[in-house]
Each structure stands twice: as structure tokens, then as C-alpha cells.
Design a protein around this ligand. Sequence first.
Ligand SMILES: *Cc1c(COP(=O)(O)O)cnc(C)c1O
Length: 436
Amino acid sequence: MKFYSTNNTDLRVGFKEAVFNSMPQDKGLYMPVEIPHLGDKFIHNLDQYTLPEIAYHVAQNLLGDDIPANDLKALIKDAINFYAPVVKLEDNVNVLELFHGPSLAFKDFGARFMSRIMSYFLEEGEKQLDVLVATSGDTGGAVALGFLGVPNTRVTILYPKGKVSDIQELQLTTNGQNIRALEIDGTFDDCQALVKLAFTDAELNAKFRLTSANSINIARLIPQTFYYFNAYAQLLKRGSSKVVFAVPSGNFGNIGAGLLAWKMGLPVERFIAATNANDTVPEFLKTGVYQPKPSVATLSNAMDVGNPSNWVRIADLFKEDPEALNALIAGYTYSDEDTLGAIQELFDSYQYVACPHTAIAWKALKAYQQEQQVGDIAGVFLSTAHPCKFPDVFTEQIAGEIVVPAQVKELEQKDSKAVSLGAGFDEFKRYLLQNS
Ligand SMILES: *Cc1c(COP(=O)(O)O)cnc(C)c1O
């Protein structure tokens, strides 16, 4: 499969180049030249396949001959080695739990697949790949654990000091091996600025083979389509063939993957884009004006994005028929107060503990079902992270109900190591050069 830039459809690159460069020179995003329809026979029989089988079929159709069948199968088996259950809370209200991977967030799908694709394409004798990643919390953990022990790669994570939760910090700092953590005395934006400057620094680029692992990489988007198909498979088994998905959204990669799955033939009635106060997309759906704004800090901080980077992909998917976009996506936006209320309601109604991002998606789904009177369609809201990653938002009573997974308890036994740096570029650059 070839990929084009959303800024220039004549620019065509192969999968390997799209993966290693993340972004074309023209600053568009890569999209597949053709989006294959998977065929009604496959879709209607999805309930007969397992998650790895579905993943292989989807990836094979999208990538074509880029990776031989057996290699692709092995790669998927290794990357997607956890499950994504659809848990029923009440009739037509289900939660798709995407937090059963090693970092306890849905980003494991993208990060694990991408790390293995990169390692696969690194040919023998090629220079070590240096992955630089800035994180506000979840991305760093998923990328670190995705690349941990992957040969010929090294990951440098930059995170803002004092601004990630204890569990998130442990996920960044206890890995050792080919992963190193830098605690930056600044904000997430400072971390991101350092990474961006490194990519434009001639001396660093001459010395290292730098790559980024951010959510715009096409190799992170593709594996996120897998769980939409797999969720539909689980619904089919329970006799539902109509579904709406409510997706907690920040950079709009997750929902973008859902829309890609829809383009590939997955019959979805509606996607619900659920955001916190960072409401650029819900505003656009309401007014038709896309107006990016500075992000504001909220309790669901993985969605604090004022200018969602994947939006251009979604616009590109609908460039022939912008009205179809409005017919397919509904937008909802909630305050921190709403979020806390939703967490409490979820707990009171179903004894279910949801992370703040997930709670927003639930609230949006309920609002949509009430407004549209579509109670007969299976509603699925996506749970993007395990609640134990965000302990500070819960009341004591709810926090006491959180079952901390075994892998977190193991982290607490390990040595935690981070290098502390200021937010200036010279210091960061010196660190990279002296620790090569
Ligand atoms: C990254 C993240 C999101 C936002 O996902 P996007 O693909 O950026 O829209 C939502 N919830 C959690 C927990 C996340 O880590």
C-alpha cells in the first residue's frame, strides 16, 4: 500500500517511509491511497474470528504486500497479546475496555504495533533507531513498554516533573534496558518543544537516527481499527448488529481509527465524539467553523488538546462529502464538574469505576441515547485507561474499590530512575550528546 500526504495527494510513499518519518515534509499526514472494503461476508461473520485473526485480516487488507503473511501474523500475535472485552452495564450500554495491555491504556494497541513494525523494517546493520517522545502521562508508558527490549531501538521519554501520576511515573522510570526517562522541570508543552527542536537540530540529526512515536504515526492508527471490528464481533455474538460508539477524544486518533474502520465496511450508526472543555471539534460540528484554540487543563488531562492533530485525517476521509461527516459524528463536551458527576453516577448505577476520560464518553452516550431515542441500538463507550492511573480524581469511597492490576504492584518493587533536567534546549542537547 502507498500512502499520500493530506496536503498533497500526488506525494506517494511506501509504508516503511510513512512509519519512519511520521509526517511528510509538507506537514500533512499520511493516509492510505486506497481504503479497501473488507467485504460483507467477512463483516457479517466477524463473530467467528478472534481478535488476532481480525487484526491480521484488517492489516493485511490495508498493507497489502508490504509485510509477508507469516511475518505479519507473528508481529500481530506479539503486539496484540491482550484482550479488549465489551462489558455490558445495562441493556444497550456497554463499555469497551481498552486498558488490559501492559501500560493500562488504549495507547498500547498503537505503540506495541508501531514498535514492532519499526523493528521489522530496521534492516541488519542499520543504525540504531532513537525514539524521542514527550508525554503528559499515557503515551510515554505505552511507548516505553512497546519498545522495551526491542532490538536496535532506544527510547528517550521526556515528562513534566510533578505532573504525571505515581503509576504513570513508575511506568516511565522503572524499565531500564533500552528505555531512559528524563524528568523535565517544566510543562508538557516544554517537553514537546524540546523534542521538536531536537528534530530540527543538524548536529543531533547527524549523530542519531531520530524518530518520533507520536499519535500521528500511521502505524499507531492502523491497529486501533482492530478493536472496533472486534467489539462489533462481540456484539454480533450477543445478537446486536447495530452500534453507536462513544469515544473520549483528545487528538482524535482513536475516533479517527473508528472512522477508518467504518470506511472499511464496519456498519456503525453513529460515532459520538466526547470531549472535556477542549471543545474544538464539538464546536465545529455545531457551527461548521473549525477554530483551534489553546488547550485548557482539565481532570481528563490526556484529552487536553485545543488543536487535535488527527483532525486533518478525518476531514480527509470526508473530503468528497463533508455533509456525511456531520451525519455520522455527534459531538458532546463536558466540564470537570460533569466529569466528577459522571464518575459518581457510573459507580452508583453499576458499581463501575471509570477513569475521567471514560466517564465523559459514558455521559455523552447516555445523552445521545436520550436525545435520539435510539435505546434499541447497542451503545458502546470506549474505556481508554484503567482508573488506577488517575487516583487523585476519585472520592475515597470509589478509590477504595479500584482493583490495582498485578503488573502495577510489580512496578512498585522495581528501581525507579530518571534524569532531572531543566527546560532549556542546550541542556537537553548536551545530555543526548554525552549519553550516546
Ligand atoms: C490519549 C488518551 C485519550 C485521547 O485519545 P486520542 O486518540 O488522542 O483522541 C483519551 N483517554 C486516554 C486515557 C488517553 O490516554
